[in-house]
Design a protein around this ligand. Structure first.
Ligand SMILES: Nc1ncnc2c1ncn2[C@@H]1O[C@H](COP(=O)(O)OP(=O)(O)OP(=O)(O)O)[C@@H](O)[C@H]1O
Length: 725
């Protein structure tokens, strides 16, 4: 800037790049060995500097254009290490308003005359002319970074094709939409983006839907054969009822009630394979993205049915009759919905209402049938955490559950009780966990009478309880990671271990403590916080809520303003980035590199080869808040996950340390935390609320009224068909 202030704006900007084929380099290599000039960066750099010096000296002599008043250049090294220089020239004289012929004297974009200047012609032909590409030569460098215009020229076999700005925009938007569809996203989700022509957009969506529905019938038949033979009696009863309902178009509604490990997913897979191998269409969804990953072709219910985030008694899904999604739903034969008890009853009611509406276009009788007469199989475990209602009361939670919906009256309930996961020696522990979930676990005899609902004090084996010390974090962390100096490098140990706790504040405290113990440099990433677009112009908000206040806000499911990370630290994704690749809300990753703009990670849960996953900063907003504004936080969508809240624990683990600075506060929390492990050896509980009084009990909350209308489950050994209507 100082130079510009003195000389004014520069007149020419020139770049010179090293060419590894320069004669000086190839002659030298021929004489002294080595085939590849890139093996000799020293040689490339020297020849480049000599040529650059010569060029600058030619400029100064005024050989090409008037002598410059000033010359400035910087040398940079490109991706592959080749040096290049950016040169600024201030020419003597007034070049501020050059004519076309002035420019022609300096820049020539024409092929030199082959006869008059064969050397220049040869150089342009060799280095600057575009050879054959496209299907004929896919290795052509241009194929790698082909732009939209080049692509259209190739596809239309019309090398001189020109596109108007509007056409160019259309083709570019189509290209972006196709890329987004690969990740189950669409331009329609980005309100600021223009959309391509509607007909083209529909066609792209149609293709994406068709891709979603393409299955290899022979392969599905093989999968079905393998699974079907293994179904136990309980699973077989459900299988028969669902298949019959689909083939005979009975449109029944089922609920499959089973604890973890009773073979719900196994059964879904058998049913899906049976139907797909008979060319029937199944829509498998789950309430959470992690559970959806376990279903072949599974999606979250929200994304598959376009369920709005804010739900009321009369909400419809965002699906209009006659659209591609509507047709897709119309043509489906079965909907499977896993983890149903976790979702608010309004989500099922919204899907039910929407399906009735869509299907009524062709058949009015569907208006009176649940889910418009489609066969629907809901499944899950009511002992687990029920729908989360922010600041909701116990009554709100119970009222939000699926079995309080009017749809429940139409549900045929099947019970799976045989735990297919536990080994015989683990059966007693699995039964005890079920008792905890049902609210039947043993209590201390002396408080048996006066401690009924809501908070039961249940008896815990003393080998599971950790002692209360003056340094609880240390006690807790050394129970989870007894040798942290080595454990932090052991990916298996990190994958199989988690510290669970009911509240987010405690999670941060534990994670900060453990991150501080990981050797290496810590990097701090700060978020950029602002108000949502529509609120940005309100000066009042800025005055009342300064940015420091926005930074201090913490929301569940949103990354912190200050993210402190080190290489080797496990993190959890907080958003669904790419469900197909398993990158969804709850996926655990390990940090391998901390860049300025991206964080490099690898999948922690994968046991196979790990590909690097680059995480960018994205803009996130809390789905709900009590503030009169919507916060927009630009941050990496992750949280450290040595410790996590109980609701976030989705994987089955070898070791769980449950930390209870305060007792659990909601239905199913203790049951979910305990059921993450299969053996008592893998479980430790540090319950500070016991206050060191020597008691062996901890609080368990079971909303028994949430079990209304459900069959009583028994131990995990029954092998008989249980069906309740
Ligand atoms: N009939 C069966 N024959 C053999 N293995 C089975 C059968 N049913 C289930 N399994 C196996 O038992 C284990 C638990 O089954 P599955 O994952 O389907 O249970 P789940 O009820 O879906 O559990 P969760 O709710 O924890 O996901 C799996 O390893 C599964 O392959």
């Amino acid at each position: 800037m100082a130079i510009c202030r003195w000389y004014g704006n520069p007149d020419l900007f020139i770049t010179i790049t090293t060419n590894p084929k320069w004669d000086e380099i190839s002659d030298h290599l021929k004489m002294y060995g080595s085939d590849d000039p890139n093996d000799r960066p020293d040689l490339e750099a020297r020849v480049f500097k000599m040529k650059l010096d010569e060029l600058i000296s030619d400029f100064n002599k005024g050989i090409f254009f008037p002598r410059p008043k000033a010359v400035v250049y910087t040398i940079e090294f490109q991706k592959r290490g080749l040096p290049h220089a950016h040169i600024l020239l201030w020419l003597d004289g007034d070049f501020r308003n050059p004519t076309a012929s002035d420019i022609d004297k300096i820049i020539s974009a024409e092929l030199p005359d082959k006869e008059k200047d064969p050397e220049a012609y040869g150089l342009v032909e060799q280095h600057m002319m575009h050879g054959p590409c496209g299907e004929d030569r896919k290795a052509s460098p241009c194929m790698e970074d082909e732009d939209v215009l080049m692509q259209q020229r190739r596809l239309l076999r019309f090398p001189d094709l020109q596109l108007s700005p509007n056409e160019l925009q259309q083709y570019t938007l189509i290209e972006i939409e196709c890329l987004l569809q690969n990740f189950e996203k669409s331009l329609t989700e980005f309100t600021v983006m223009p959309l391509p022509n509607k007909a083209v957009m529909d066609q792209i969506k149609h293709k994406a839907m068709a891709r979603h529905d393409q299955f290899d019938i022979a392969e599905e038949a093989i999968i079905h054969e393998k699974l079907f033979d293994k179904l136990n009696h309980q699973q077989r009863a459900v299988y028969d009822a669902v298949i019959k309902s689909v083939f005979q178009k009975e449109g029944r509604l089922f609920f499959l009630y089973g604890a973890g490990g009773t073979g719900k997913t196994f059964l879904y897979r058998a049913i899906i394979a049976a139907l797909r191998s008979s060319s029937k269409k199944v829509i498998p969804v789950a309430s959470s993205a992690i559970a959806a990953l376990l279903l072949p072709g599974g999606r979250t219910a929200h994304s598959r049915f376009n369920i709005p985030l804010k739900l009321f008694e009369d909400t419809y899904c965002e699906v209009k009759a006659g659209t591609i999604l509507a047709n897709f739903l119309n043509e489906s034969d079965l909907i499977i919905w896993d983890e149903a008890p976790m979702a608010h009853r309004h989500t099922f009611e919204a899907v039910d209402r929407t399906l009735r509406d869509i299907l009524a276009v062709t058949d009015k009788t569907t208006l009176t049938k649940p889910f418009g007469g489609k066969t629907v199989l809901l499944g899950g475990d009511f002992r687990q955490i029920l729908p989360v209602i922010p600041q909701g009361t116990r009554q709100d939670t119970v009222n939000a559950a699926l079995n309080r919906s009017h749809l429940w009256n139409n549900c045929e309930i099947f019970l799976l009780t045989q735990n297919m996961r536990v080994k015989p020696e683990e059966k007693a522990f699995a039964d005890w966990i079920l008792e905890v979930g049902d609210g039947r676990a043993a209590k201390e005899p002396q408080i048996l009478d006066d401690c009924a609902q809501p908070e039961d004090q249940i008896l815990i084996d003393k080998t599971i309880l950790l002692p209360i010390t003056s340094t609880p974090l240390e006690t807790l962390c050394s129970s989870a990671f007894p040798d942290f100096a080595n454990d932090h490098k052991d990916l298996y140990k990190i994958r199989e271990t988690a510290i669970l706790t009911p509240r987010n504040v405690t999670v941060d405290e534990i994670n900060n403590y453990l991150v501080s113990k990981v050797p290496g440099e810590e990097k701090e990433y700060l978020s950029a916080d602002s108000f949502a677009e529509e609120e940005q112009h309100s000066g009042d908000l800025d005055m009342t809520y300064p940015v420091e206040y926005l930074n201090s806000l913490e929301f569940p499911g949103l990354p912190a303003h200050k993210l402190r990370l080190k290489v080797g630290v496990p993190v959890m994704l907080l958003r669904n980035l790419n469900q197909k690749e398993g990158l969804c809300n709850g996926t655990r990753l390990i940090v391998t590199h901390l860049g300025e703009k991206v964080i490099k990670t690898e999948m922690l849960t994968s046991t196979t080869k790990r590909d690097p996953i680059l995480l960018p900063r994205i803009i996130l907003s809390p789905p709900e808040s009590n503030h009169p504004f919507t916060l927009k936080r630009r941050q990496f969508p992750i949280r450290v996950c040595y410790a996590m809240t109980i609701i976030k624990a989705k994987d089955r683990l070898c070791h769980v340390s449950l930390y209870l600075p305060k007792p659990v506060f909601s239905h199913g929390q203790l049951y979910v935390a305990l059921s993450r492990v299969t053996t008592p050896k893998g479980l430790k509980i540090l319950d500070l609320s016991r206050d060191g009084d020597g008691s062996r009990t901890i609080s368990n909350i079971v909303y028994r009224e949430a079990y209304n209308g459900l069959p009583q489950s028994t131990g995990s050994d029954d092998d008989e068909t249980s069906k309740d209507q």
